[in-house]
Design a protein around this ligand. Structure first.
Ligand SMILES: [Zn+2]
Length: 295
């Protein structure tokens, strides 16, 4: 974002107002979620106050991807992804494919997705999920843009499919990684990127990640809130409404840095550099827009 940093308003308790020592990129912000519709400007202003300077808005279906694009075209520092989440894979058809292809041509769309496989809940059948996923892999090849992937309880199958496509797609990030060490190394062997959320702050189901975060090379690691979901469970104060937001990303970075045994500022710099390169974000020193680079 180009505006000077704002100060925090009084929405977050004092104990949660924390500014990252270096600029951060939140690679997974679901800001088109209805819970943000009433105070989006304040949410963005608090993100700036926390030094979260770029946000990748997740587009999980046609409607949300179009909303994400509209926001990205309106606010500097915001970018969008466009895809169909595995939960909605049963909706995939020719007209949806055409709509996605059009969205991927827009300069504000920096990735194809959220797409992938979720065998945890199977809101769409595994067959429907694979069909929609393969179609979106094809769109990623066409557009040359990187993939924003979702995987839950489907790591083995996701890897099998990706292995067949790996030479044709550019880059791919498995967002909100929550799986085990074998799955992690399988992804790294495929030269994929990994997105980490506040999942590792969850004592009920995420503490296994503490021992794994050090295995991820800094050139492959990015950070995200996945807000409004996944509010970190170990924040030093309660938050009314329990809605997660980008301004809380520095807490997640601090936690990851702790378990990697490295300074927070260094981790912030590294994840921002990795995300900027991965999503080809415009920076003040880098003027040709992604659109100009492609042709
Ligand atoms: Zn997801």
């Amino acid at each position: 974002m180009v505006e000077p940093a704002n100060s925090f308003d009084d929405f977050l308790p004092d104990a949660l107002q924390r500014r990252s020592p270096r600029p951060l990129v939140d690679i997974g912000a679901n800001l088109t979620h209805a819970s943000f519709s009433r105070d989006l400007e304040s949410v963005l202003s608090r993100a700036r106050a926390a030094n979260v300077t770029s946000l990748i808005l997740t587009g999980t279906d046609r409607e949300h991807a179009e909303q994400a694009v509209a926001l990205a075209e309106r606010y500097p520092g915001l970018y969008a992804t466009a895809g169909v989440h595995p939960h909605d894979a049963s909706q995939w058809d020719v007209s949806l494919a055409r709509a996605m292809r059009d969205l991927h041509r827009k300069p504000s769309v920096v990735a194809v997705g959220e797409c992938g496989l979720d065998f945890n809940r199977n809101f769409s059948t595994p067959d429907e999920q694979e069909r929609a996923f393969e179609a979106q892999l094809g769109l990623a090849v066409e557009s040359g843009k990187p993939l924003f992937l979702h995987e839950r309880d489907a790591g083995k199958r996701l890897r099998e499919i990706l292995r067949a496509w790996r030479d044709d797609i550019s880059d791919a990030v498995v967002h909100c990684f929550t799986a085990d060490r074998d799955t992690l190394h399988g992804y790294l062997d495929l030269d994929l990127h990994i997105g980490l959320t506040g999942w590792l702050c969850d004592e009920r189901r995420g503490h296994h990640l503490r021992e794994l975060v050090g295995d991820i090379p800094l050139t492959r690691l990015m950070v995200e809130t996945d807000c409004p979901y996944l509010l970190p469970r170990n924040l030093p104060a309660k938050l009314k409404g329990r809605r997660h937001e980008p301004a809380l990303l520095p807490w997640i970075v601090r936690e990851i840095a702790h378990w990697r045994g490295m300074p927070e500022a260094e981790l912030a710099d590294a994840t921002t550099a990795t995300a900027s390169a991965f999503f080809r974000l415009a920076s003040p020193n880098h003027f040709p827009s992604p659109e100009c680079e492609e042709h």
